[in-house]
Design a protein around this ligand. Sequence first.
Ligand SMILES: Nc1nc2c(ncn2[C@@H]2O[C@H](COP(=O)(O)OP(=O)(O)OP(=O)(O)O)[C@@H](O)[C@H]2O)c(=O)[nH]1
Ligand SMILES: [Mg+2]
Length: 500
Amino acid sequence: MNLDDTIVAIATPAGRGGIGVVRLAGARALEIAAPMLRLKHGLEAGRAVFGELINPRGAGAPAREKPGATKTDVQSASSLSARHTAQGSSFSFSGETRAGAPAPHETLQRIDEVLVTYFAKPHSYTTDDIVEISAHGSPVVLRHTVELCVAAGARLAEPGEFTMRAFLNGRIDLTQAEAVRDLIDSQTLYQAKVAAQQLEGALSRRLQPVKQKLVELIAVLEAGIDFAEDDVSVMPDATILTHIAAVRTPLEQLNATFAYGKIVHEGLTLAIVGRPNVGKSSLFNQLVERERAIVTATPGTTRDLVSETVAIGGIPVKLVDTAGIRHALDEAESIGIRKSMEALADADLVLVVLDASQGETAEDAELLRQAENRPVIVVGNKSDLGSSGQWLVSSGQKTLTSAVTGEGIAELRGEILRHIGGESGTHAESGFLTNIRHQGLIQDSLAALDAAKNAVAGKVPHEMLLLDLYNALRPLDAITGATTSDDILNLIFSTFCIGK
Ligand SMILES: Nc1nc2c(ncn2[C@@H]2O[C@H](COP(=O)(O)OP(=O)(O)OP(=O)(O)O)[C@@H](O)[C@H]2O)c(=O)[nH]1
Ligand SMILES: [Mg+2]
């Protein structure tokens, strides 16, 4: 992938919309955009300018010029004038408004009215010059604009290439690049907020001091080896172990945030199971807040799995309604029940529904046994019909609901949220692990630190110990961006004053 190319893409989603944006980034962005724009004012960094998108001469549209025609107001790229202002450079490629009505072929040249924003290098998303053309959201116009850019020398951007440039040009680190993707993919506002924190650098900020400590330890040990004859005192083993622990502990804590972070990122699946007719589908409908699943008074109504995703406490929860579990009366029901059992096995959280008015039956007890080792919420539904009180005995949980009156539904949501860990999530704003790639790397780093601890215990030469420490550093680099050996050298020389 060439970083010097000027790249172009439609930045807004496919399809028709009020506005569509074409983004052009690279050293030639201004020069490529100039011939297709006729603007009211000159472009100035960070300002949106109104104007027209036109077919440049010789590109596509009929340029039926009569010999001796007056100069057209489409300026060529070569006449693009740049003037330098106190704020920075400002470019102008608007033709001055001409008196009189435009000739017919000139109106034909106009494609759309546009708003053009120029972001001057290096204060742009990718750090290149960027020109964003906001046209009306017509796929035809947008595609044509891209084609004009390509004809003028731009290259079609690869997926994610703008963000990749931002990373390669050092404007954002890897966690931030990943956060851009997460932000775009988020399904709930809470997910978006978490991604925005990471985009702002929360995870990197949390990792940075840890990495710094590790780099310092490496620097001391390297100095001890490199400058052995210069009386750089060798660090005692106990001190080395303290330093390793100071790196290990925060990494361990960060690692522990993944259990919740994974749920925030991916959401979870909740299966609603129970005997026929206890009101599973009715509860499901209450939770999704619409009549999604069929409800009838006949036991065995639901046959297939019905699923729907809702946000609970900002976490996407995929609710799965299942067939009531009993001895099946026909083949379709028996397949449905098998699917119910699979859904129970696959779910992150199981909602076992009992009929509170009937008390717990032998089938309920059997089902509860099956769900025993799973995170489970037991609900006594039909509380409006009166509760026998018996059903609570073996479950130890007391969520009573009525899918008919709506009683207890809010409490049930609260119970689900508690299981998700939603409460703990509210204060986990200082950057937590949501990404499985990051978690894998943190674990690699922890394993290498353990090896380093063993190396110290085994009185292994520091050259060998350093290998473990570098193995611990590398995965952290892979999360945020590289520590070059220059960084380590700088630390050696700056903090140890070995002025040779
Ligand atoms: N009084 C009362 N009736 C309810 C309640 N919840 C559900 N019902 C009724 O119980 C019957 C069965 O409800 P469903 O939601 O279809 O039960 P289900 O568990 O999905 O049944 P299957 O799909 O057959 O397994 C319907 O007539 C509902 O109106 C409740 O809380 N109170
Ligand atoms: Mg049902």
